[in-house]
Design a protein around this ligand. Sequence first.
Ligand SMILES: [Zn+2]
Length: 138
Amino acid sequence: MARIPIAEGLFTSMSDDARLIGGRCTACEIVTFPIQGSCPRCPSTDMTEHPLPRHGRLWAWTTQEFPPPSPPYLGPKGDAFVPYGVGYVQLGDDVRIETRITTAEGLKIGMEMELVLVPSWTDKDGNEVIAFAFRPVV
Ligand SMILES: [Zn+2]
């Protein structure tokens, strides 16, 4: 069974030190995640890859208490489903990203969070599909 990323170009590697790949506009320096083909703030189309910090601060969140509609959700259902958080994490001064959070318990605004790569489901070829999430730093 292979481990494959949920999408190409989201993170720098499949290892424990992976970073998310943002985009930075060479004209106005705004940072986006994921990288985009053109700047959302100015007319530039010159966006360069910009690896994002692995750690950030929880800005806001809510909890997902039941399995979302499928597709796109392909994770555990029924009794196997475990509630999780969904929220925004501020990564340095760079960017605030929307992300899955590994837990629905003990979350507090402003707490330190770190990037983790998490198995999400097994595809029809038996590959383990890897997505990203953030977890509280304890
Ligand atoms: Zn720009």
